[in-house]
Design a protein around this ligand. Structure first.
Ligand SMILES: [Zn+2]
Length: 401
């Protein structure tokens, strides 16, 4: 792979051994659509390691053996690429970047990132906004990134919005981040200007520790994407921008509760379709409604009926993505047996007691937050959430086994 940056414009050329269909760190196959993209609003004089890692968040799935950058990188970043991926990277010759002092939040506006923001009320936001690609037709106009960007502006936080078409480098399964970390490409390029030493993400217990969503569905202490000792954690640390997961120890029930009680509650939006509010009819809205109803102890409120495609997966047996939260909802939503989740009930024996671990914080998640940001998170979790008991910790560590 050969990578060239011109300002915020990235062009990459595949070597013979590279592949058009590659695999992201979560093993998901991704097919390349086009070999260029642009990131707007970023400086063009950032440390070369920042340009290198920003590029790697985009080209990693398609790179097999080596990557050549257009400027010399540090041996520290080259070593992280070698150890994490078996990739030879160069040219080498730059001094490593010194970590800054500021923690910024990679802010999407969803409940998880609002909860992360609540842990650090002073932290500035970097918001990623999707914009169309000049060479790829936009067949996804329902994706309202402009609405999310406007909501981010209304938070009153110090905010930098990064616009990018990088998601259109992906042809299949659909436009999206080639690696989950590509959401941070703009923040990386801003790291010198913002004096960043850490970047906080809203990944919660399920994504960090339970294999989350389209991934493994079992306890994953060595998660390659989000563990500090994983390939991506070490690579970010090598640039002096540590990955920080303020809500990595709590479930989506807790992040939902924190978000709804937050001063940013009017700006929370997890749906990418609605303009004046969540659409209420997409799969994500349905999933989040189950969690919200459980947190608020009220009946499910959805216009969806069993004949809708997004409902079909709940009529089939598990496994489901975010299954721990399904169990949590089934155990708590009044009248759930008369809803579209009735069929899913057949497969679980969930009770409030068996799911109470999802109301507390998993302590090892705090231990892995780097100083100087650990104590703030520890105090927040002790006061606002409560730490898991030994039994509850055991539930995390035997999940899916
Ligand atoms: Zn929706």
């Amino acid at each position: 792979m050969r990578v060239t940056w011109t300002g915020g414009e990235l062009t990459f050329r595949l070597d013979l051994e590279d592949e058009i269909t590659g695999k992201a760190a979560d093993e998901h196959p991704v097919k390349l659509a086009t070999n260029s993209c642009a990131i707007g609003g970023v400086p063009d004089d950032a440390h070369p390691d920042l340009f290198a890692v920003a590029a790697w968040t985009i080209v990693a799935p398609w790179t097999r053996k080596r990557i050549t950058f257009d400027r010399a990188i540090s041996e520290r970043v080259a070593e992280a690429l070698r150890q994490g991926w078996g990739i030879e990277a160069g040219p080498v010759g730059a001094e490593p970047r010194t970590a800054g002092r500021t923690l910024a939040i990679s802010y999407s506006g969803g409940a998880d990132s609002v909860a992360a923001a609540a842990v650090y009320p002073e932290a500035p936001f970097v918001h990623f906004q999707r914009v169309p690609h000049r060479r790829v037709p936009n067949r996804w106009p329902h994706y309202r990134s402009d609405v999310l960007a406007k909501l981010a502006e209304q938070t009153g936080r110090e905010l930098t919005t990064v616009t990018s078409d990088l998601e259109f480098t992906l042809a299949e399964p659909r436009p999206g981040y080639p690696e989950h970390h590509a959401v941070a490409a703009g923040a990386l390029l801003l790291a010198d200007r913002m004096d960043l030493g850490g970047l906080a993400f809203g990944y919660e217990l399920g994504s960090r520790w339970l294999g989350g969503d389209r991934y493994l569905l079992r306890f994953t202490p060595d998660n390659p994407m989000w563990a500090p000792h994983g390939a991506w954690g070490r690579l970010f640390a090598a640039t002096g921008v540590h990955i920080v997961l303020p809500v990595g120890g709590v479930s989506e029930a807790v992040t939902m509760r924190l978000a709804l009680n937050s001063e940013l509650k009017d700006q929370v939006r997890w749906c990418l379709r609605g303009t004046d509010g969540p659409c209420r009819t997409c799969g994500k809205c349905l999933y989040k409604e189950l969690i919200q109803a459980a947190v608020e102890r009220r009946p499910l409120d959805t216009p969806l009926s069993a004949d809708r495609p997004v409902v079909r997966k709940w009529l089939r047996p598990p496994p489901y993505g975010g299954q721990e939260m399904i169990e949590y909802g089934l155990a708590r939503v009044p009248g759930i047996e008369r809803t579209i989740f009735a069929k899913a009930l057949d497969h679980f024996d969930a009770t409030e007691e068996s799911t109470s671990w999802l109301d507390h914080c998993y302590p090892p998640a705090i231990d892995e937050i780097p100083q100087p940001w650990r104590d703030t998170a520890a105090a927040f979790m002790s006061e606002q959430v409560g730490l898991m008991s030994a039994d509850e910790t055991q539930r995390v560590e035997t999940w899916g086994m």
